[in-house]
Design a protein around this ligand. Structure first.
Ligand code: AMP
Ligand code: ZN
Ligand code: FE
Ligand code: FE
Length: 290
């Protein structure tokens, strides 16, 4: 079967190797069902989702990019209320330096969770690490899992409410975690033969996207190759601002939904909240740059 060049693509998908609820096999099945042309599995700080998809075998109708989404910190004086995520595409998943750094980040995630649970407990939210670990299976425990358990146990109505009241950055149960700086994140992605792209930049500074340009220039000097221009939370106006920025600085454009299965119930793979669409040509430009 030939692949579908008229199809959309989705280059930002989480599997149950991090905080998505679909396994890599289910993601491959769904992408085929939706007739997507290309996808990437971009789990937080792990390549296990991509690895599993490759070992299952990629259907001939679908193009697949290995991926990762690394939580990083910006260099001073840049500082943002949301966390900085760097996507890495087409990485060699067995690269030793990449895997060594990801192992450190995974450890930092593990060490953070008991502290969040302790804060919740002290606020009268009764849940334990054992209950949480039951929620996750083999994946990597993160705040969305904690939020889901809070919904299940009736402490909040929705995952969003759990973040807004307890778990979001700056909220009472929030704990920061160790992050690598973004120059290191970019370096290890490049070192693993990959393409570093800044994820959902609008979320960093929703008030003033134009102010992000200086930061993007700094990231480009570090080796950044692209901007995630197309994202469900980017309005048409915001998209055009990022398209212009990408063109001005000769950066690639990528796009994806940030699909998390039932942990972001409003977001569908490929189509986001409805009419989101990322054209196949962006996948072709991305791989031809590698
Ligand atoms: P963690 O990896 O534990 O830091 O959690 C990051 C995940 O939490 C990402 O998948 C985000 O999409 C999700 N997240 C962060 N802030 C919010 C929020 N305000 N509402 C819902 N999900 C959020
Ligand atoms: Zn996530
Ligand atoms: Fe992200
Ligand atoms: Fe993501």
């Amino acid at each position: 079967m030939d692949y579908n060049k008229n199809a959309g693509i989705d280059l930002h998908i989480h599997s149950n190797a991090s905080d998505g609820t679909f396994s890599p096999a289910e993601i491959l099945d769904l992408a085929q069902e939706l007739d997507l042309g290309a996808i990437a599995i971009t789990d937080h700080d792990t390549v296990n989702g991509s690895k599993e998809a490759l070992s299952i075998g990629i259907p001939s109708s679908l193009k697949f990019l290995t991926g990762v989404e690394i939580s990083a910190s910006p260099p001073p004086p840049f500082s943002y209320s949301a966390s900085l995520h760097i996507l890495g595409y087409s990485i060699k998943i067995d690269n030793p330096a990449l895997n060594k750094t990801l192992a450190i980040l995974q450890e930092a995630r593990k060490n953070r969770n008991p502290g969040i649970v302790a804060r919740l407990n002290s606020m009268g939210v009764a849940l334990s690490m054992d209950e949480l670990l039951n929620e996750v299976g083999d994946g990597q425990l993160g705040r969305p899992h904690i939020a889901r358990l809070m919904v299940k146990k009736g402490y909040v109505e929705s995952i969003k409410e759990a973040f807004d009241k307890y778990l979001g950055k700056g909220k009472p149960a929030y704990l920061d975690k160790y992050r690598i700086d973004c120059s290191t994140a970019i370096e290890i992605i490049l070192g693993a033969g990959g393409i570093p792209v800044i994820a959902h930049p609008y979320l960093l500074n929703p008030g003033n996207v134009a102010d992000l340009e200086d930061f993007i220039i700094v990231l480009k000097k570090m080796g950044l190759k692209g901007i995630e221009v197309y994202y469900p939370e980017h309005s048409p106006h915001i998209i055009s601002l990022f398209e212009d920025m990408a063109n001005r600085h000769e950066l690639l454009m990528t796009g994806g939904t940030d699909f998390h299965g039932s942990l972001k119930p409003k977001l569908k793979m490929g189509s986001g909240t409805g009419n989101f669409f990322v054209p196949y040509i962006l996948y072709e430009r991305l791989i031809s740059s590698a």
